[in-house]
Design a protein around this ligand. Sequence first.
Ligand SMILES: C[S@@+](CC[C@H](N)C(=O)[O-])C[C@H]1O[C@@H](n2cnc3c(N)ncnc32)[C@H](O)[C@@H]1O
Length: 255
Amino acid sequence: MLDFDHELHYTGMAKPAYAYAVQHACLLASALGVDRIRVAEVGVAGGQGLLALEHHASTLARATGVTVEVFGLDNGSGLPRGADHRDVQHYFQAGDYAMDEAELRTRLTSAQLIIGDVRETFESWLRSSEIPVGAVLNDVDLYASTAPVLAALGAPNTLGHLLPRVSMFFDDLVPKKREERLKDYSDFTGEALAISDFNEGHATAKISRDLHTVTLPRRLPWHQCAYLLHRFDHPDYSTPVREGVPDRLRLSGAG
Ligand SMILES: C[S@@+](CC[C@H](N)C(=O)[O-])C[C@H]1O[C@@H](n2cnc3c(N)ncnc32)[C@H](O)[C@@H]1O
């Protein structure tokens, strides 16, 4: 795992945020005695992210012993038309980022593609298996596409299909390139608004910044896009994730 951490934080690995999220999901699963999890990229486009996710999942499965099933969900035809300003209409246009599905299918080795509007497919995918979901990498850009995905993750009937804390990544919270100067993200539009609406609407499920990122070397934009879904109502939310030896904070120099 040390080699993986070094690669993750010090080399130009593709989609390090995905690797970081899947790493957390595998470590948590392992601590809880879960030997198989699902992870999903929601919003696939050309497939660069999904290919990176496949790669990270197989590396981390080898390192942790947790089997990781990889899924990608997308309509294949690019962004739907936004409804209003919440969908960042000044930047995102209908049809942006369409997929070449046939080409992508030839490149995938293990990931499964679920083609359809995520407003219809995400919840049924979530509930289609008892294998818990450990990470959701959200990159559907629009408020109208993100909010239903989050609603499914917070619904009472999906509790049994999730780890108690699910690693999340939101691609469209902060810009990652200088060319994105006019994207003008805000806390009141797009994915950020979907997160705050979710938190307002749920008492026992909250989506919070993954604060472990403050310990990471270097300060990178993706650190601000790493989140965790906390399902406080999950039967394993309070299950200990470390050995039962009491923690001690010794005086320095004491034996
Ligand atoms: C920015 S692209 C994803 C890029 C990809 N994650 C990557 O790293 O290469 C956004 C994708 O979200 C998909 N999308 C947005 N809203 C959707 C919806 N309601 N249902 C299905 N797909 C949607 C679009 O088709 C598009 O492919």
